[in-house]
Design a binder for this molecule. Structure first.
Ligand SMILES: CC(C)(COP(=O)(O)OP(=O)(O)OC[C@H]1O[C@@H](n2cnc3c(N)ncnc32)[C@H](O)[C@@H]1OP(=O)(O)O)[C@@H](O)C(=O)NCCC(=O)NCCS
Length: 229
């Protein structure tokens, strides 16, 4: 398969003019966020989607047609669907990423590692027994990061299928965080899948899934120049 492009922005890349390209639904969602940081993360995700697809389709960003219909409730907060491109958006902390592939469904998840989270408690509801047992081998100072890597691997998988958090994370078994990312057991999914961790920065972890049997090649691209135009 051709490479998956993952475009990355940081909160600092946000600027009000990016909102000019939003459609009415996106504007409504933008205005509904109470915190400036949440507004900026959403705005940057939309701007990357629209600008990258605009280049691909030879259209102005505002003219790109997107479908965000949630299969559960019909509201426009679901996975982004666009003609001729598979897309996955993720944002957390300082980072906003969008993965693109012309034909293969992709799932991207980035998370800020929160040193205050309780990995042992979260493990009981999100990790398989074998994963939770492996997590206890990490020193307490490393455990939040290890848990978060388990989480991004699983969330990348369910974002690729579009199931999102409806999926039972305890029934998806992935390799331990100190080993290369791979799926060990996922009874609910019978098709091909590839999984990889993406190097981002010291504060965040990120994973990418693609529903293919072909080897995964990832191009990480700085979105900042695209966002200043
Ligand atoms: C998608 C989901 C996994 C997001 O996790 P998160 O860590 O909070 O957020 P991320 O930043 O990683 O991802 C958000 C992006 O995922 C995308 N997304 C939403 N639903 C998705 C789904 N079912 N599958 C894949 N991607 C989805 C959107 O593009 C969203 O970006 P946006 O804010 O620009 O619209 C989670 O919210 C989910 O499963 N949602 C669907 C189920 C749900 O919420 N149902 C209740 C409402 S009916």
């Amino acid at each position: 398969m051709s490479a998956v492009e993952v475009w990355w922005a940081r909160l600092d890349d946000s600027r009000p003019a990016l909102a000019d390209d939003l459609d009415a639904v996106e504007r409504e969602r933008l205005n509904a966020y109470a915190r400036d940081e949440d507004k900026a993360r959403f705005l940057l995700g939309v701007a990357i989607v629209r600008r990258v697809l605009g280049v691909h389709l030879l259209l102005p960003p505002a003219a790109v047609q997107l479908d965000r219909t949630c299969p559960d409730c019909g509201r426009p907060h679901g996975k982004v669907h666009a003609d001729g491109m598979q897309v996955s958006v993720s944002h957390s902390g300082d980072l906003i990423g969008v993965a693109f592939h012309p034909s293969t469904p992709v799932g991207l998840d980035v998370e800020l590692v929160d040193p205050k989270l309780d990995p042992d408690a979260l493990a009981t509801i999100t990790l398989a027994d074998s994963e939770a047992a492996h997590l206890t081998r990490y020193a307490e100072t490393d455990r939040a990061r290890a848990f978060t890597q388990y989480w991004t691997r699983k969330e990348a998988l369910v974002k690729a299928t579009g199931d999102g958090i409806r999926a039972d994370f305890r029934k998806i078994v992935v390799t331990p965080p100190d080993q290369p990312a791979a799926v060990l057991d996922w009874p609910a999914h019978t098709g091909p899948v590839q999984l990889a961790d993406l190097a981002v920065d010291a504060k965040h972890v990120a994973s990418l899934a693609a529903l293919t049997s072909a080897a995964l090649t990832v191009h990480s691209i700085d979105a900042a120049p695209l966002l200043t135009r």
